[in-house]
Ligand binder design. Structure first.
Ligand code: GAL
Length: 717
């Protein structure tokens, strides 16, 4: 142990305050600096996730120097805790701090970052309370701690602040506010040290990209993962599941994977991980029958081990002190516990062709999970285990599929920083459509994927509105575990539901390429308008938000213009969901010409539209020069080696360039270079007409593209 470390530890032990010192920064990957305050704990979010930075991706980002605010960031260790202070300026907004459901703007919020189910209010307790935020000023901060962190995201001001708010008289001054601006974000880490990362831009999108690449880049799902998925009601039998798949086929609705909910295991809550022999007499034959139908099987489970499971006795010494529904909690920080669970899953499911999991109940509620006084044999505290359990279950299962060189795509109810590259989508039991869209927006700020799943609806209008937005999300899913709904459950909109689920399939080349950009370049496929160049909240301000009498205050300007109900889907699409009861809505268009997705007609530039789309349409707008590669309305994603046709759409007047990603769609061979990018270009010819071309595939690279046709959506002249 070196001398300084010893002093720090002694100081902490004596409960001495260390100097409010500036931080020494070291560049760890291009544009990302790490600083150490006190003595950080070895067990952290990144140590659990063990992700390898995607170095190649950084080479496509601009070169940057250490952001100027670096020497104004301070860290103090006092009372065994670490407090970090990061300055804020008046017109700055901040985004992130995990998967929030109701707010995109985080300035002024006080959050307790704690893995939990979402309890109806943004408090910091949620399914992915990622301690990362990005500033509108073009830098980001990430605190690599697996503790419950308290974040004062710009509340409270120091008396010696160089930019202190001015005292006002409430009796006489109408501009008095109970929440004057604060000049700093403060983070309290309940440990005698912390690792803090300062991430450069220059743009907020570059910050997000660097953060994602630091954590390994986004996952590249198998192609089938981007198709349509249905979850069956609980206690369904093999025959019922097969019949359901047949019904989809017969009715002409797409289906790529089907999820089994509780009932497939001999015991659930806690789980055995063993098949229920009355409902699934021959699991191997069942999975094979499903695969013959081109439908994969996903299994619901939670990780808590039932006394009736054959691994119970062996797991017992490798589990925590407390139970969950009387099941033991594998200490996944222990390699032996991980191996035991992974082998079980591999033997019972993965080895017979199961494609993935929905790993439930790893988030909260406090009443169910182990309390903070629980202990684990590995010595990891209950608190740290709670913050990282979602990461562990993803890591163990993803690794099991990797060993078989097969990609998975599944669901998980908790994650955290570092989980960026795991092929999992978050979901929850909340069911507010608006909140679901805000969560989708926030998912892009915290390196997770989120699905606004469809379960049931009070009306066919609500049903269609929910379906329309879920097809523009990472996982197009109906979760009928309790409702028993099917896509055609509301007959008066069944055709529209079919049209949108087939649109999801037709857009697969686009979705697949956009996920490749997430993987290789760190660009989230679903993200906030705030990350869009040319997005000017002022446009929103004048027309969408209620104006305040204090509009000339830069602080109030920055904190008030918030867009929570429209988002970007991939490089070119702006999606503006409609909610039940709405017949019209406002859409804020960033700078640049925008076109209607369905008709190719021009709609506007840097303005707020009032749109009345009718029930059949979710408003979607496309950037000028956009190229959207589409395919046929398939009922199942193309399998390895299966060719698919391309319909390449072009929108607007500008020339276009798109990089289409292709690989086998199922294995990890792309990690060895087995993938291809095809350049699609649309260029204006001498005769004034636009013409498209697609580059030839390089020798020995995958090529799954069949016939290519072109469609100029905006009048080609
Ligand atoms: C919940 C989960 C639901 C469903 C249900 C089955 O915890 O969020 O989606 O799987 O369990 O019991």
């Amino acid at each position: 142990m070196n001398f300084i470390r010893l002093i720090v530890i002694l100081a902490c032990a004596l409960n001495v305050v260390t100097a409010n010192a500036a931080i020494d920064w070291h560049e760890v990957v291009p544009g990302v600096w790490k600083g150490i305050v006190g003595t950080p704990e070895d067990y952290s979010l990144l140590s659990v996730a063990d992700c390898k930075p995607n170095l190649d991706g950084f080479s496509r980002l601009p070169q940057v120097g250490l952001p100027a605010l670096a020497d104004k960031i301070t860290g103090t260790v006092s009372d065994g805790k670490t407090s970090l202070s990061i300055p804020l300026v008046k017109n700055e907004q901040i985004y992130g701090f995990g998967l929030n459901f109701q707010n995109v703007h985080q300035r002024g919020k006080i959050l307790n970052l704690h893995v939990d189910h979402f309890g109806g209010k943004d408090t910091g307790r949620n399914h992915a309370p990622v301690p990362f935020y990005v500033s509108s000023a073009g830098y980001g901060i990430f605190v690599n701690s697996a503790r419950y962190l308290t974040v004062y995201a710009g509340s409270g001001a120091r008396k010696d602040s160089p930019d202190a708010p001015v005292a006002k008289d409430r009796n006489t001054d109408r501009s008095w506010t109970s929440r004057p601006y604060s000049d700093a974000v403060s983070v309290l880490v309940p440990a005698p040290g912390a690792e803090i990362y300062l991430i450069a831009g220059p743009t907020p999108m570059d910050v997000v990209r660097r953060y994602n690449l630091l954590c390994g880049g986004g996952p590249l799902p198998p192609r089938w993962g981007l198709g349509f998925t249905q979850r069956t009601p609980t206690k369904y039998s093999a025959d019922k599941v097969k019949n359901e798949a047949d019904e989809f086929e017969r009715m002409g609705y797409p289906l790529d994977f089907i999820g089994l909910e509780p009932g497939w295991q001999s015991k659930a809550y806690p789980c055995t991980f063993e098949w229920d022999s009355t409902r699934f007499a021959d699991p191997q034959a069942f999975v094979a029958d499903m695969l013959a139908r081109k439908v994969r099987v996903n299994l619901w489970t939670n990780p808590y081990v039932s006394p009736d499971s054959k691994i119970y006795n062996e797991m017992y010494p490798l589990s925590g002190s407390h139970t969950v529904w009387c099941g033991i909690v594998p200490d996944l920080a222990d390699e032996n516990a991980r191996r035991l669970w992974q082998d079980k899953l591999d033997r019972e499911h993965i080895g017979i062709g199961v494609s993935g999991y929905k790993i439930d109940e790893v988030d909260g509620y406090d009443f169910y999970l182990w309390p903070d006084v629980a202990t684990f044999p590995s010595g990891v505290s209950a608190e740290q285990m709670r913050q990282t359990y979602g990461l562990w279950v993803q890591k163990v299962t993803d690794d099991a599929f990797r060993k078989r060189n097969t990609r998975t795509f599944g669901l998980v109810r908790a994650s955290n920083a570092g989980g960026n590259s795991y092929p999992y989508v978050l979901y929850n039991d909340n069911y507010n459509h608006e909140d679901f869209i805000t969560a989708l927006i926030n998912s892009g700020f915290c390196g997770v994927l989120w699905t606004p799943e469809v379960r049931g609806s009070k009306s066919s209008e609500e049903w269609l509105r929910r379906i329309q937005s879920v097809v523009f999300s990472p996982m197009a899913m109906i979760n009928a575990w309790s409702s028993g709904t099917k896509p055609w459950s509301f007959p008066d909109v069944a055709e529209q539901v079919k049209e949108y689920s087939l649109l999801r399939m037709r857009m697969m080349p686009y979705w697949y390429s956009e996920f490749a950009r997430y993987h290789f370049d760190g660009i989230p496929p679903f993200r906030a308008m705030n990350l869009e160049p040319g997005f000017n909240p002022e446009t929103a301000a004048s027309t969408v938000m209620k104006s305040t009498s204090l509009d000339d205050d830069p602080y109030l300007e920055a904190v008030s213009k918030e867009i929570k109900d429209q988002y970007m889907a991939g490089e070119y699409l702006l999606v503006a969901p409609m909610f039940a009861g709405q017949t019209s809505r406002k859409v804020v268009l960033p700078a640049g010409d925008w076109y209607d997705f369905y008709t190719g007609e021009y709609v506007g530039n840097a303005r707020t539209l009032e749109v009345t789309p009718g029930l059949d349409r979710i408003p979607v707008y496309v950037k000028d020069g956009a190229i959207i590669p589409m395919t046929d309305p398939l009922l199942h994603a193309p399998t390895k080696g299966e060719k698919y046709n391309l319909e390449i759409r072009h929108y607007g007047k500008k020339d276009g360039h798109y990089r289409l990603y292709d690989d086998d769609g199922e294995t990890f061979d792309y990690e060895k270079g087995d993938y291809a990018w095809r350049d699609i270009k649309v260029e204006r010819q001498k005769n004034g007409m636009l013409k498209g071309s697609i580059s030839k595939v390089e020798k020995n690279k995958p090529n799954n593209i069949g016939k290519v046709t072109w469609r100029f959506m905006t009048e080609n002249k």
